[in-house]
Design a protein around this ligand. Structure first.
Ligand code: CTP
Length: 480
């Protein structure tokens, strides 16, 4: 897993991060984690984010904060009083793994099984227990817990809690939240099989289903009570967490499901001696953004990257390499694929006489570096007679004569498309977050044999999404 050095970020970004972290009551490192998770999390249009601080923020601050970002989703987890409450602690972790922010409410009965301290330590948030708690109720905290979330989960949902819900009671914090919420509710019942079978419970469950509540489980199995088995076991935490994902993150279309995509990214480092190397200014951002977009579109993605300071995109198989030769080797072992995208800024040359020891200054003058050409990975793959991917896409990084150079690169390298971009320092493309690209493909019907499409200035994420859309359409046409 890659690490990220906050110290190395631009001053303006660091300042912004400090303000954001302070506003949300987190460390800068935690804030960065949240932002990364946010970037990797599918956003619901109605999704909300964590209020800056349930302890100190005014409601207008909260609304202001929520409108700035909509990717992170909050869950209010009500832990009911049954032996299965211990599994709710694991559920907190499973929900967090899936990118949710969790705030726990623990009923009085549940506190016989789990403590507020363990729930707050696991959730990294205060755990709430009392409807009349002056610290949280000065601005109607139960309403906040009911509404500033995307989903309310009750786990375990005891027979008593369900009976109260079905009849609209609100005599403690948990039931007040359940009555006040306008968010979806997911119940994970857990109780003795005879209680589950009891006519009163059956009536209450039927009423709750009519009221629009979703149930998961209970399952069948051994009960905590010695020798008892039957229907009443709470579903496993991973099942409940997956159900939560299904409820609040509707599946996006996955047009590249079942397709294998290979992407190269970043620079390569070509060693001069054990401590020095030849490199270039590529940040890897565009290739990483394409990998994330292709994964979001359902593809099985392998990202082969040179040395960059970027975290692995979620769900992508990342292979980190140093030199062009390492990159070619990893590319070859990844074939066959359906689509290969070569976004890496591969060094054209390497040092032939690489020193096995650090080169020293000598009286004899400057060391002579003899350069030899690196393998051209894009051309190698484009010209394969076997295992050539059906769609091969290259990049053309140019500082002059952009379209002419890119067109001749497309012809010379034998790929299907070229994504041409101007990387002159004035454009800020190398290392920056924006890109202006021209998508060039072969077109026998045009005068010069090429079709050029010029896209407006876009963020690298938007370029990635648009390119992946285009790939999905082409791949679909190829297979239909
Ligand atoms: N590329 C590659 N292997 C190399 C060099 C380049 O796979 N040894 C790929 C890049 O990933 C990119 C495309 O070829 O997709 C064009 O790279 P670029 O650096 O723009 O061009 P060069 O091949 O270096 O050609 P030139 O020196 O003419 O710019």
């Amino acid at each position: 897993m890659a690490s990220l050095t906050i110290r190395k970020l631009d001053e303006a970004i660091k300042a912004e991060l400090r303000v954001r972290a302070a506003r949300n009551g987190r460390s800068v490192e935690d804030e960065v984690r949240v932002i990364l998770r946010e970037a990797a999390t599918d956003a619901l249009p109605t999704a909300t984010t964590e209020a800056p601080s349930s302890r100190s923020a005014t409601s207008s601050e909260r609304l202001d904060y929520r409108s700035k970002s909509n990717a992170i989703q909050n869950i209010t987890l009500i832990i009911g009083g049954g032996i299965a409450a211990y599994k709710a602690l694991d559920l907190i972790r499973r929900l967090k793994e899936r990118g949710f922010i969790v705030r726990c409410v623990i009923t009085h009965a549940a506190q016989q099984f789990v403590t507020p301290l363990s729930a707050s330590a696991l959730s990294n948030n205060r755990a709430y227990t009392d409807l009349f708690d002056p610290a949280s109720e000065f601005d109607a905290g139960h309403i906040r817990l009911a509404r500033d979330c995307d989903l309310v989960i009750v786990a375990p949902a005891t027979a008593d809690l369900m009976a109260k819900m079905a009849n609209g009671h609100a005599d403690d914090l948990a039931t007040a939240i359940l009555l006040a919420t306008n968010r979806p509710i997911l119940l994970a019942p857990a109780m003795n099989p005879l209680m589950w079978d009891n006519a009163a419970t059956r009536r209450n469950v039927a009423q709750l289903v009519r009221d629009g509540v979703t149930l998961i489980g209970p399952g069948t199995g051994e009960m905590a009570e010695a020798g008892e088995a039957g229907v009443g076991r709470m579903s496993e935490p991973t099942e409940i967490a997956d159900a939560a994902v299904r409820m609040v993150r509707p599946q996006r279309p996955r047009p590249l499901a079942g397709k294998r995509i290979l992407i190269t990214a970043g620079p390569t480092h070509e060693p001069i001696d054990p401590v020095r190397y030849i490199a270039n200014r590529s940040s890897g951002k565009q290739g990483f953004a394409i990998a994330a977009a292709a994964h979001a579109a359902g593809a099985d993605v392998t990202l082969i990257t040179g040395p960059v300071d970027l975290a692995d995109p979620a769900g992508v198989n990342v292979k980190r390499v140093e030199s062009a030769r390492d990159m070619l080797q990893q590319v070859e072992t990844t074939l066959p694929v359906d689509v290969a995208i070569f976004a890496a800024a591969v060094a054209d040359w390497r040092v032939a006489n690489e020193g096995s020891q650090k080169l020293k200054k000598t009286q004899g003058g400057m060391p002579q570096l003899e350069l030899v050409e690196n393998p051209d990975i894009l051309a190698t793959v484009s010209h394969l007679t076997q295992r050539r991917p059906p769609l091969v896409i290259g990049f053309a990084a140019e500082t002059e004569h952009l379209l002419d150079n890119a067109r001749s690169k497309l012809a010379r390298k034998g790929c299907d498309w070229i994504v041409a971009n101007d990387v002159s320092p004035a454009t800020g493309v190398m290392g920056g977050d924006r890109n202006t690209i021209h998508l060039i493909s072969k077109d026998d019907s045009s005068d010069d044999g090429f079709h050029v499409e010029s896209w407006p200035v876009m963020t690298k994420d938007d370029v990635a999404a648009a390119l992946v859309d285009r790939i999905a359409t082409t791949v679909k046409d190829q297979t239909s």
